[in-house]
Design a protein around this ligand. Structure first.
Ligand code: FES
Length: 106
């Protein structure tokens, strides 16, 4: 018999959009829903809020100066900066960052 169940990760959170700000173990992250990863909430350039940024393919774009960061590696794509990244997963309706349960933050 074939198991027809499977886990589907949404590419867009209907409440927050493609970038979900969360806090996990006291650290602020932004979950990139489409890529099952999280980037640091503060931009490494001048601390802009990456939750107010946008997603362009695999890149997260900072809202302040437009620097692009690869959402999987954190490497700057048009700058010399690197942003911290961690794996993210939606488990039982709750985001986890690097295996740590996270709370959605405003
Ligand atoms: S604060 Fe993010 S690019 Fe300048």
């Amino acid at each position: 018999m074939t198991d027809r169940t499977r886990t589907v990760t949404p590419v867009f959170d209907p409440l927050t959009g493609p970038l979900v700000p969360v806090t996990a173990d006291g650290t602020e992250w932004v979950v990139v829903v489409e890529h099952d990863t999280a980037v640091a909430r503060a931009c490494p350039h001048q601390d802009a809020d990456m939750a107010r940024g946008s997603l362009m393919g695999r890149a997260v774009k900072c809202p302040l100066h437009g620097f692009l960061f690869d959402s999987r590696t954190g490497r700057g794509m048009n700058c010399r900066f690197t942003i911290a990244t961690r794996p993210a997963a939606l488990l039982d309706g709750r985001w986890h960052v690097d295996g740590v349960p996270a709370d959605v933050t405003p």
